[in-house]
Write a protein that binds this ligand. Structure first.
Ligand code: CP
Length: 317
């Protein structure tokens, strides 16, 4: 359980304490990953199924590695190689996999609400690995973890999230978590990519990149979610990059010396982020990826019911 929750569908319903429970446990999990032998028996005998209806590099791999480091067995299911190509429904697919007795189903789907729907129909825990433009809770948690690791605390910090906010499940999970840890959030992008009324979630809205990023502690750069956009929302990527892309010159002139750059990946280099920033000294993008394993270990451990004596910090290498 994460606090009161048997599933992890989003961060909107998680309290500050429940978010901190995951982050604190992830700190112990990260220590396990630094050992010469990256294996603890905490989830021995448990099964994790990765049910991915959309492509993924980071999320699927890190849930798989997280399960294996904790000694759980992990099965990777992909839509293209499944009987969904013969017309099997989402629910039938999940029910059939549930019959094989997994402890956790990790679900990515293009439809917002798909993991929530499955959580109401299966007996095991369900974790959303990103659903439509709804939420990407494990990404939100790893963003919080990475920023807390860098700054010690998020209290009083300011984070700008720049790009296609409307279609970004990462932006939504960041918005539902960063303020609970004490951070202020600024949103920035073209007017067509900022949802109306988003200020009610506690963020300020900017359309000018310089105004949005001046004085902040961190900038989360997002790619344009072309797969979720029907009609074009911007004239072209060149113009987008000119106004909302971040390059080394803008970063040097507008950002505080200690400000860091995050990106959930995949990066569209030269569009939202130039390579000299993505690979430069401010970038914590690969820290995010590394921390993603530790955070997902914590999520799996809490939901699959790891026993107290098997907590990783109590298990020697
Ligand atoms: N951040 C993220 O969700 O990346 P993937 O699509 O590669 O999993």
């Amino acid at each position: 359980m994460i606090g009161r929750h048997r599933h992890l569908i989003g961060l909107e319903g998680l309290s500050r304490e429940e978010i901190l429970q995951v982050l604190d446990l992830a700190t112990s999990m990260k220590e396990v990953l630094s050992r010469p032998v990256k294996k603890v028996p905490s989830l021995r005998g448990k099964n994790v199924v990765n049910l991915f209806f959309e492509t993924s590099t980071r999320t699927r791999s890190s849930f798989e590695i997280a399960a294996k480091v904790l000694s759980a067995d992990a099965l990777n299911w992909t839509a293209a190689q499944s009987s969904t190509t013969k017309g099997e429904t989402l629910l039938d697919t999940a029910k059939n996999l549930e019959a094989m007795r997994p402890d956790v189903l990790v679900v990515r789907h293009s439809a917002s609400g798909a993991p929530n729907f499955l959580a109401r129909h299966v007996g095991c825990s369900v974790v959303s690995a990103g659903d439509g433009a709804h939420e990407h809770p494990s990404q939100g948690l790893l963003d919080c973890f990475t920023l807390r690791e860098r700054f010690g605390s998020l209290e009083g910090r300011t984070v700008a999230i720049v790009g296609d906010i409307s279609h970004s499940r990462v932006a939504r999970s960041d918005l539902h978590s960063l303020p609970k840890l004490g951070a202020k959030v600024r949103l920035c992008g073209p007017p067509t990519m900022i949802p109306l009324g988003v200020e009610r979630l506690g963020a300020t809205v900017h359309h000018d990149l310089r105004t949005a990023v001046e004085g902040v502690d961190a900038v989360v750069m997002l790619r344009i979610q072309h797969e979720r956009i029907g009609d074009p929302l911007i004239p072209n990527t060149r113009e987008y990059s000119k106004f909302w892309g971040l390059n080394a010159k803008k970063a040097a002139e507008w950002l505080e010396p200690g400000a860091v750059i995050l990106h959930p990946g995949p990066i569209n280099r030269g569009v939202e982020l130039s390579s000299d920033v993505a690979d430069g000294p401010r970038s914590v993008i690969l820290d995010q990826v590394q921390n993603g394993v530790a955070v997902r270990m914590a999520i799996l451990y809490l939901l699959a019911g790891g026993a107290g004596e098997d907590r990783p910090e109590k298990v020697s290498a």
